[in-house]
Ligand binder design. Structure first.
Ligand SMILES: C[S@@+](CC[C@H](N)C(=O)[O-])C[C@H]1O[C@@H](n2cnc3c(N)ncnc32)[C@H](O)[C@@H]1O
Length: 219
């Protein structure tokens, strides 16, 4: 598959033969892995340490949740950094590819993959040390047309993510909001549900496109 020029569409870009194309794309693999590495650096970000000074150690064997893990590129990078990883994805076709790699490659052996919706995770509270989401979070409102429904959903999801993280747990989200209004809704959902944090964008005045949100649950 050649490098994509248009934005991926959910779920069309990830089902059936498109999941094979996704998994076989060298550009996609490189891109997802590079972004995962950047997110790991953000996990250790000094400004996040400063929010709650004191015990801020990020242990190598911390349990990490990869939200929207796809065929496993991002989970692979987290695992090779020594983290224990649970990857969740809503699409069977994408997870099937991740499962195939689990059988073949040592880097995948320890990763747990779960078929689940980020919006209704079958996970217990305060289990995960940290969580990351790479190029998936903007899809969580898929299927909703009305703005109030979207806001309700992103709030409910942020609330639940806060619950499943341990105190001082960090949440790093890389995603592609459509515009400033959408970005503001996502930020509000995290702040209103008890997270602290900040935004990182490529350009100061950027209102859409690749955006990183660095968040932390207080003690
Ligand atoms: C760009 S892809 C995968 C990115 C992944 N980080 C990787 O390294 O391959 C985005 C993924 O988000 C998943 N996704 C979209 N909405 C989801 C949801 N509500 N719950 C779980 N996964 C979701 C899609 O199925 C797709 O596999």
């Amino acid at each position: 598959m050649s490098r994509k020029t248009s934005n991926p569409r959910f779920p069309d870009s990830y089902i059936g033969s498109m999941s094979n194309d996704y998994n076989d794309s060298i550009w996609m693999e490189r891109n997802q892995k590079k972004t995962a590495s950047i997110c790991i650096q953000y996990l250790y970000d000094k400004k996040l340490n400063d929010i709650d000074p004191g015990k801020n150690l990020i242990e190598q064997n911390s349990l990490l949740l990869d939200l929207g893990c796809g065929t496993g590129f991002s989970s692979e990078i987290l695992s090779t950094h020594g983290f224990r990883v649970v990857g969740v994805d809503i699409l069977k076709d994408m997870l099937y590819k991740a499962g195939e790699k689990k059988k073949l490659y040592s880097e995948y052996k320890k990763i747990e993959f779960i078929l689940a919706d980020i919006n209704s995770l079958p996970l217990r509270e305060m289990v995960f040390d940290h969580s990351l989401s790479i190029s998936a979070y903007n899809f969580i409102t898929h299927g909703l047309l009305k703005n109030n429904e979207k806001i309700k959903r992103i709030n409910a999801t942020a609330k639940y993510l806060h619950k499943i993280l341990k105190p001082l747990g960090r949440l790093i989200i890389e995603f592609y909001p459509l515009d400033e209004k959408e970005l503001t809704s996502y930020i509000s959902s995290f702040i209103n549900n008890g997270f602290n944090g900040f935004l990182i964008k490529k350009y100061e005045k950027q209102k859409s496109g690749q955006t990183f949100i660095l968040l932390k649950k207080p003690k």
